[in-house]
Design a protein around this ligand. Structure first.
Ligand SMILES: *[C@@H]1O[C@H](CO)[C@@H](O)[C@H](O)[C@H]1NC(C)=O
Ligand SMILES: *[C@@H]1O[C@H](CO)[C@@H](O)[C@H](O)[C@H]1NC(C)=O
Ligand SMILES: *[C@@H]1O[C@H](CO)[C@@H](O)[C@H](O)[C@H]1NC(C)=O
Ligand SMILES: *[C@@H]1O[C@H](CO)[C@@H](O)[C@H](O)[C@H]1NC(C)=O
Ligand SMILES: *[C@@H]1O[C@H](CO)[C@@H](O)[C@H](O)[C@H]1NC(C)=O
Ligand SMILES: *[C@@H]1O[C@H](CO)[C@@H](O)[C@H](O)[C@H]1NC(C)=O
Length: 476
């Protein structure tokens, strides 16, 4: 039967010279018997494959095409594949067919049309070879060309071959970092994963997996892994200190700043908080400083090319009690009691004197603020501004047992002094018991004319930084 069918079409001409002679010859049909199919298609064992197919017939057979024509796929000399689903339309010259449950490798099929009339033809010259593979090709990842900066959207692509268009693979992502959308185009399924880059994603190994439905046993195959590199500003920045033991004023403190960043931290800056001011004290991931006060508050700031982050504060508080001492008040002691007060170290002193006579008043500056005036201001004061780290370590002078303080001398840790008043009557000399301590406050009494008595309290300042230095930093 097969033989006859072929003969019925080809009997009139020599098969080998058919094309040439016909195209040359006058009155010959322009169209020939020809099937347009791929030379080969590939699918997975047990899966399906769709063979796109169209054909032409010589003009004189066109009238023989009708919806009742039967499409057949012939395998060698045996009969047709029974597991094919015809999806074309023969009257539109479309012979597209899906082969199901393909199990044999490297088999040639020829399309044949049988219309129950003179049009019976096997397109022997245009076979399609169906090949099978045991495992699908691995899906391919497309990754960002450049490292991604935290906070920007990232798009990863995964394309997997689709062997059987009625059962395209399902693509999944591991880990599922965000939303994915799947798109089928021709023989390829592409999944796009989008998410906003976060430092939490940094270093994650991302892969995609294509799962193929096969009735005899599903198959999955996974892409290569891609390690995400996300650029992010420093995170988890932390400042810690370890004092050289025994911890004491004058001893050392090693500060260390740690942070996670990509790229790595390139710059660390250290700050000390002093009242309402922030002082830059050094750079580098570790810093060794000397403790000149009992209380210090630090933080560090780590920076890379993406951004910066400040750590929480690190506080150190040395036990200051041993530094406290009191020099009892001297003088007649009439009038109103006073105590000076302020935050931080004493940074300046003003003293008023009755020209050629006793001390009428004084004022201390703590940090950046002048405390209230004690006593009375007459004429212009004498004034001493301390340097950074300079402290008042001595208060001396002269007093009268029945009225006023006549002379007041403030001596500093740097050997400077402010001298006001007259060197008359009894001497006094107040100083701390502990060598590291400084003047913290003055107490005593005063009346409408001047200071009648004076005592000194010594200790360690919570923070002795000079505010002028802080101002300089803040305006820089
Ligand atoms: C097949 O193709 C013919 C010619 O193009 C058309 O008229 C007919 O509607 C098609 N049949 C189907 C089922 O699509
Ligand atoms: C990424 O962030 C933007 C803005 O914050 C948001 O609108 C968007 O939905 C986020 N995308 C994803 C995948 O989370
Ligand atoms: C990703 O893979 C690399 C290399 O195998 C490994 O060193 C790293 O720890 C992995 N990352 C994660 C988050 O598992
Ligand atoms: C094969 O995959 C399909 C969906 O693609 C699923 O419904 C079915 O349960 C799977 N079969 C096996 C044996 O895993
Ligand atoms: C910061 O610390 C948190 C909590 O320990 C952790 O979950 C996060 O991954 C850390 N971030 C970085 C960038 O190390
Ligand atoms: C502090 O740092 C110095 C110099 O790096 C080192 O010699 C010393 O041992 C460190 N001390 C402490 C307590 O870490």
């Amino acid at each position: 039967m097969l033989h006859l069918n072929i003969l019925s079409v080809c009997a009139l001409i020599e098969p080998l010279n058919f094309s040439t002679s016909c195209f040359k010859g006058a009155g010959c049909n322009a169209a020939e018997f020809e099937a347009l199919v791929p030379a080969s298609v590939t699918t997975l064992s047990g899966s399906c494959v769709t063979v796109p197919c169209s054909f032409t017939v010589p003009d004189q057979f066109k009238g023989n095409l009708h919806p009742g024509c039967i499409p057949i796929w012939k395998k060698k000399k045996t009969t047709i594949s029974t597991t094919a689903t015809f999806r074309g339309n023969l009257t539109a010259y479309d012979c597209t067919t899906t082969f199901n449950n393909v199990l044999e490798d490297n088999v040639q099929y020829n399309f044949r049309i049988a219309c129950g009339n003179p049009l019976k033809y096997t397109f022997k010259e245009n076979p399609v070879t169906i090949q099978i593979k045991g495992l699908p090709d691995a899906p391919r990842l497309t990754t960002p060309k450049e490292p991604v900066v935290e906070g920007t959207p990232v798009e990863l692509g995964c394309s997997a071959p689709s062997y059987c268009d009625t059962h395209p693979p399902t693509v999944t992502w591991t880990p599922a970092l965000g939303l994915s959308t799947q798109l089928q185009q021709d023989d390829t399924v592409t999944s796009t994963l989008t998410f906003n880059a976060s430092h939490l994603h940094h270093g994650n190994n991302v892969s995609c997996t294509a799962a193929y439905y096969i009735p005899s046993g599903n198959k999955t195959v996974t892409s290569t892994r891609y390690q995400l590199s996300i650029l992010f500003a420093p995170r988890n920045t932390s400042a810690v200190g370890s004092p050289c033991l025994p911890a004491r004023v004058g001893g050392c403190l090693n500060l260390s700043c740690t942070s996670h960043a990509n790229p790595a931290v390139s710059e660390v800056t250290w700050y000390r908080i002093h009242g309402e001011h922030i002082l830059k004290i050094g750079t580098g991931s570790s810093l060794s400083i000397q403790l000149w006060n009992a209380n210090y508050v630090f933080f560090c700031e780590a920076r890379n090319e993406i951004g910066k982050e400040k750590s929480d504060v690190y506080k150190i508080n040395l036990q200051a009690n041993e530094y406290l001492s009191y020099s009892p008040a001297l003088g007649s002691g009439g009038g109103t009691p006073f105590v000076t007060s302020g935050e931080g170290s004493i940074t300046g002193v003003k003293v008023w004197e009755q020209p050629g006579n006793h001390i009428t008043g004084f004022q201390l500056r703590y940090g950046t603020r002048w405390d209230r005036l004690i006593g009375r201001a007459v004429h212009a004061p004498l004034r001493l501004d301390l340097f950074e780290g300079e402290t008042i370590t001595q208060v001396s002078g002269k007093y009268h047992t029945s009225n006023y303080i006549y002379q007041l001398i403030f001596g500093t840790s740097r050997g400077r002094s402010l001298i006001a008043g007259q060197p008359v009557e009894n001497s006094f000399n107040l100083y701390p018991e502990h060598a590291e301590a400084e003047l913290r406050l003055l107490s005593g009494r005063f009346d409408s004319a001047g200071i009648t008595s004076l005592g000194a309290h010594w200790g360690l300042a919570p923070d002795g930084a000079n505010p002028q230095w802080a101002q300089y930093f803040l305006t820089k």
